[in-house]
Write a protein that binds this ligand. Sequence first.
Ligand SMILES: Nc1nc2c(ncn2[C@@H]2O[C@H](COP(=O)(O)OP(=O)(O)OP(=O)(O)O)[C@@H](O)[C@H]2O)c(=O)[nH]1
Ligand SMILES: [Mg+2]
Length: 411
Amino acid sequence: MPRAKRRGMDGKTTVMSDESEGKKRGFLRRLFGRGGEDAAEPQAVPSDEADKRPESDAAEVVELAATAPNHDETAGSAIGLTAEAAADAGEKAPEPEAAATEPSEDKRGFLSRLKQRLGKTKAGLVEKVRQVISFHTKVDEELLEEIETILVQADVGIETTTKILDEVRRNREARRVEDPEALIPIIKEAILGITSHSERTLTLQPVPPTVMLVVGVNGTGKTTTIGKLAKQYRDQGKKVMMVAGDTFRAAAVEQLAVWAERTGSQIVKQPMGADPGAVCYDALASAGARDFDVILIDTAGRLQTKTNLMEELKKISRVIKKVMPTAPHETLLVLDATTGQNALSQAKLFSEAVGLTGLVMTKLDGTAKGGILIALRDQFDVPVLKIGIGESVDDLRDFEPQAFVDALFEK
Ligand SMILES: Nc1nc2c(ncn2[C@@H]2O[C@H](COP(=O)(O)OP(=O)(O)OP(=O)(O)O)[C@@H](O)[C@H]2O)c(=O)[nH]1
Ligand SMILES: [Mg+2]
């Protein structure tokens, strides 16, 4: 199974020097070398046997497109749309029995859960800032530099940290703040300012189906996010189709099938090794596809630096457009919060390849370095639509900057 070989985040990194850092960054550079970031730009990995994908993929997809008119008649049985799905196509969504309902959280409950799940970042960032502040009796450059260091260590990154501290210095002077404790609300305000822009929530198209293509590096949480999203839509009584576009491992299809069963969604799959573009094409061209409210397409994990895999992704996106010109309506990049500054490179390269409409940041519950979300909001103009704060089905939340910052700063 060739694909298995290239799984896992590539550990090879190259440390880049950045001569263009401004003067103000001198302190941080002294402290962190390159500039405080972990500089985890992955090198292009030498191609190995595992990555020699058949060049015939493109031809297969084109040929399939050319024969498309017949797909409508045969789709249901031929492409692995489950019998129930084929029979169900066109009917109303079944009651979401998998929607194990939790008592709805009020705002307070939501915040305390978020606070608890963001506990590691809260401890690694805000609590540490509070601690250094408690050791100082006045605001001086030494204290501000200590705060800078903490922010960089929490993966806020040099550029964004510098921006935050510039703002803090400005406001501190303007408000004549001398008491170190009074810096806390100023820091909070600066972080909120950086995280709140170009926001929106993930919404469905007025005319169904809404097609969402889910992409990302290996193991970031794509399939799990699809499962969680499906649960949310099923809870709203929507009819959900999942498309198993990760055809490289049998386990990937099985994992998605489990989520489909758990959430009462339908799944379209083909045997392992099938061309992912063809799977998407057949799914979208199938007779019942337009009766679904949401179509969630899973894809195989791929390193953003692997050209052949990124080309494959572009092809998937093109094939989707061929059968449904307005789709994919959402192209969501799933980022793992524990990967640090490399998330910025992932966002940039996936965006260049397939044009992202939104980001999902997972595993914020498992890292003290959730500061990466702040860096992403600062340096990348695509909105964070959802955050993952745990492995359970209800642990996918809308990203709300105010709630995020409150959860980090509230005692
Ligand atoms: N703690 C935590 N774990 C998560 C979260 N989201 C996903 N995971 C876990 O991350 C692991 C990988 O998730 P998958 O959904 O399989 O990731 P993937 O991106 O589909 O992986 P590939 O298909 O192999 O590229 C699983 O163990 C998930 O339970 C989250 O928000 N918090
Ligand atoms: Mg997966």
